[in-house]
Ligand binder design. Structure first.
Ligand code: GDP
Ligand code: IMO
Ligand code: MG
Length: 430
C-alpha cells in the first residue's frame, strides 16, 4: 500500500500544486483523478512560476510519471497550451512522462461557450471559471460525451460532432443569443489536438496504476478544487461539478480504497473562496484586504480576487470527516507575519444556538455567524525558517492550537511558495 491522496480541505487554492511538487521528490507517480482546467496549481521553482491546470504537479521532476485518469474532463486546447508551456521551459522532454487515460471525457469549445453563456445570464450566478466544467460533466452523465479514446478509434467523429452541435447550437443561438459553433472549425481543431496528443494516449490507466501500486511504487493522487466545492457534500449549489473528496481518487482512477495509505488535507492557515456562495468567516474589511494582499490571493485560472477570511475549524472538521483526512499540511502561515492577532473560528452561532457541525444547507450556512477565538500574532518573517524550532513561539502556538482543535496531526508547514520553504514535522512516506 503506497497510495497517498493529497487534496484541498477548504474551497480550493490551498497550495496543492506547491506541495505536490515538493512531495514528488520522494514519490514515483502523480495522478489527477477529477476536475478539469478549472484548477490552477501554481509551482514556483528557481523563481519561475508555472501554472498547471490539467497536468499533474509532479511533472517538473523528470523521474515522475504523471497520469490523467478517467474522472478528468480533458480540455484539448488547454492541455496543448500546458504541454507547450512545459516544453518551452525545458520540461517534459520525454513524452512517456505523461499519460492520458483514453476514458477521460473530452471537453470541447461548446462546453465553455455554454458555461459562459449561463454565467452571464444567470440570476443566481455560481461564479464558475467558465472552463466548461458543468456542461462537460453533464454530457458524461447523460452519456453523450466523447471520450479521449474515441478520437483514435471512432471513424464517425465528424458525424458525432455534427450531431452534438445541433443541440448545442440550438441552445447557444436560440436560448442564449450567442454565436453558433462551426462544425468544420470544431472538427479540424479536435483532430489537430488528437494528433498532437497521440503520444500520451494510455489505453488502461486503471491497470497502469494498479501495477504501480502492486509493485510498491509511491503513488500520489493530486486533488483539484477543494472539499467544500464537492458536487454532493460541498456548499451546493455553489460548488463545482465533480466529486472532489478522497473517494474520487479511487472512482476517478479505478482502484479500491484498500490501497490508500494516507489522506493528506492541504489546509491554508486562513480561508479563501473564489466565486459565489456562503463563507461564514469572510472578512469584508481591511483585515481581509491585508490577507488578500500579503497572500497574493488572485485566482490562478481566472485572475479573480479571492475572498479572504479566518481559518474555519467547523468547516475543517467537516472536511476531515468526509474525506477521512489522516494528516494535515498547513500552508501560507507566513502570510500572518506582522499581524497583532489572528482569529480562528471554532464554532458557529445559528438561529440562537452554538453549533460545531457544518450546517448542510447553503441557506443556513449564509446565516451562520462565526464564533472567533483570538490568538497572538507575530512580527517576524517566517520565510527563512529551516525547522519548526526556528518559528516564533506564537506561530508554533497557532499550529498547536489548530492540531489540538481538530485532533489530526499537522505533518508539514509551508511558509512560502518555493520548494525550500517547507518544514517537515513527519516524513510523508514511512
Ligand atoms: P492550488 O490550487 O491549491 O494549487 O493553489 P494555487 O496555486 O491556486 O494558489 C496558491 C498560491 O499560494 C500560489 O500562488 C502559490 O505559489 C502560493 N503558495 C503556496 N504555498 C505558499 C506558502 O506557504 N506561502 C505563500 N506565501 N505562498 C504560497
Ligand atoms: P484549484 O484546483 C478555487 C470554483 C469556482 C466556482 C465554482 C464552480 O486551483 O484549487 P467551475 O468552473 O468548477 O464550474 O466553478 O468552483 N472553483 C475553484 N475555486 N480553486 C479551484 O481549483 C477551483 N475550481 C473551481 O470559482 O466558485
Ligand atoms: Mg488553484
Amino acid at each position: 500500500m503506497s497510495g497517498i491522496i493529497v487534496l484541498g480541505s477548504q474551497w480550493g487554492d490551498e497550495g496543492k500544486g506547491k506541495l505536490i511538487d515538493v512531495f514528488s521528490e520522494s514519490a514515483d507517480v502523480v495522478i489527477r483523478s477529477q476536475g478539469g482546467a478549472n484548477a490552477g496549481h501554481t509551482l514556483v521553482v528557481d523563481e519561475q512560476k508555472i501554472v498547471l491546470h490539467l497536468i499533474p504537479s509532479g511533472i517538473l521532476h523528470e523521474k515522475i510519471k504523471c497520469i490523467i485518469s478517467a474522472g478528468v474532463v480533458l480540455d484539448l486546447d488547454s492541455i496543448l497550451q500546458e504541454i507547450d508551456q512545459l516544453k518551452g521551459h525545458g520540461y517534459l522532454k520525454d513524452d512517456k512522462q505523461l499519460a492520458i487515460s483514453e476514458a477521460c471525457t473530452v471537453l470541447l469549445p461548446y462546453h465553455k461557450a455554454i458555461d459562459a453563456a449561463r454565467e452571464s445570464t444567470a440570476k443566481n450566478k455560481i461564479g464558475t471559471t467558465c472552463r466548461g466544467i458543468g456542461p462537460a460533466y453533464e454530457d458524461r452523465a447523460s452519456r453523450r460525451a466523447l471520450v479521449f479514446g474515441d478520437l483514435y478509434r471512432d471513424e464517425d467523429i465528424r458525424e458525432k460532432l455534427a450531431h452534438a452541435i445541433e443541440e448545442k447550437n440550438f441552445l447557444l443561438t436560440k436560448f442564449y443569443n450567442q454565436d453558433p459553433i462551426n462544425l468544420d472549425e470544431l472538427y479540424d481543431r479536435t483532430m489537430f489536438a488528437a494528433e498532437r496528443l497521440e503520444p500520451y494516449r494510455c489505453r488502461d490507466a486503471s491497470l497502469t496504476v494498479h501495477k504501480y501500486l502492486k509493485s510498491g511504487k509511491k503513488v500520489l493522487f493530486e486533488g483539484a478544487q477543494g472539499s467544500l466545492l464537492d458536487i454532493l457534500h460541498g456548499t451546493y449549489p455553489y460548488v463545482t461539478s465533480s466529486s472532489t473528496l478522497a473517494g474520487s481518487a479511487c472512482t476517478g482512477t479505478g482502484f479500491g480504497p484498500g490501497s490508500v495509505e494516507k489522506v493528506v488535507g492541504i489546509t491554508k492557515a486562513y480561508t479563501t473562496r473564489v466565486g459565489e456562495g456562503p463563507f461564514p468567516t469572510e472578512l469584508n474589511n481591511e483585515v481581509g484586504e491585508l490577507i488578500q494582499k500579503q497572500g497574493g490571493e488572485f485566482g490562478a485560472t481566472t485572475g479573480r480576487t479571492r475572498r479572504c477570511g479566518w481559518l474555519d475549524l467547523v468547516a475543517l472538521r467537516y472536511s476531515i470527516r468526509i474525506n477521512g483526512i489522516t494528516n494535515i499540511a498547513l500552508t501560507k502561515l507566513d502570510v500572518f507575519s506582522g499581524m497583532d492577532q489572528i482569529g480562528v473560528c471554532t464554532s458557529y452561532k445559528l438561529k440562537g444556538e452554538t453549533i460545531k457541525d457544518m450546517p448542510m444547507s447553503a441557506t443556513d450556512l449564509h446565516q451562520a455567524e462565526p464564533v472567533v477565538e483570538w490568538l497572538p500574532g507575530w512580527d517576524e518573517s517566517l520565510q527563512d525558517a529551516k525547522t519548526l524550532a526556528d518559528l516564533p513561539s506564537n506561530a508554533r502556538n497557532y499550529i498547536q492550537f489548530i492540531g489540538n482543535e481538530v485532533g489530526t496531526p499537522i505533518d508539514v508547514i509551508s511558509i512560502g511558495p518555493g520548494r525550500h520553504q517547507t518544514l517537515w514535522i513527519k516524513p510523508l512516506f514511512q
